[in-house]
Write a protein that binds this ligand. Structure first.
Ligand SMILES: [Zn+2]
Length: 198
């Protein structure tokens, strides 16, 4: 049985990125929580996976919780993998697609990140690299600072770009959310197979 921490990024006063207007408005802290909840419910109601994976939501409400506290909670719960969910933003609104970050040297986390990326919905597929080991380069540092807090392997997923109109409307669509949940589950199962927790 794999104990999985699902960690919706941001929350409370830490809103994360906010883009768009009206029905097309994406608020990162709300979106990560919604997707985290969908993933949690999808796992516990899926016959094929719920006997192998026990999920925990590391943030269940719109509240400000430091990543250190979440990491401590994940450790208390005995989590063996944490999925940390985010939405990307960039000054260049042409940038789009899902990106997955893992700790360098963690073979299992890399496998999970690659499988998750391979299962990524077509609409969110990047044409260039989309799986990265976190490192010292400036743009990798934010992901590194979060991932390094967990005691166990973790994958930080930037689900898509809120600053790209196509990504944003796909992320907000019912189909987009369903497909993303499926991709995340594929990543978790690949991780599980690789670590032989089954
Ligand atoms: Zn974020």
């Amino acid at each position: 049985m794999l104990l999985l921490g699902i960690d919706p990024g941001h929350g409370g006063t830490n809103t994360g990125t906010i883009h768009g207007e009206g029905a097309n408005k994406l608020v990162e802290k709300d979106y990560t929580l919604e997707l985290g909840r969908l993933l949690y419910h999808s796992i516990i109601t899926d016959m094929a996976i719920h006997t192998k994976v026990k999920p925990f939501l590391l943030r269940t409400e719109d509240e400000t919780i430091s990543y250190s506290r979440r990491a401590a909670q994940a450790q208390e719960l005995g989590c063996q993998l944490v999925l940390n969910l985010h939405v990307n933003a960039h000054i260049d609104s042409d940038l789009r697609g899902l990106m997955a970050f893992h700790w360098p040297g963690s073979h299992t986390a890399a496998t999970g990140a690659q499988a998750l990326d391979a299962a990524c919905p077509k609409a969110l597929r990047r044409t260039r690299n989309s799986v990265f080991a976190v490192g010292e380069a400036e743009w990798l540092r934010a992901a590194r600072s979060i991932i390094s807090k967990y005691h166990c392997p973790s994958i930080l997923v930037e689900l898509g770009f809120a600053t790209n109109p196509q990504d944003r409307s796909y992320l907000l669509s019912t189909l987009g959310k369903l497909r993303l949940v499926q991709a995340l589950k594929v990543g978790v199962l690949a991780y599980l197979e690789d670590t032989q927790y089954v």
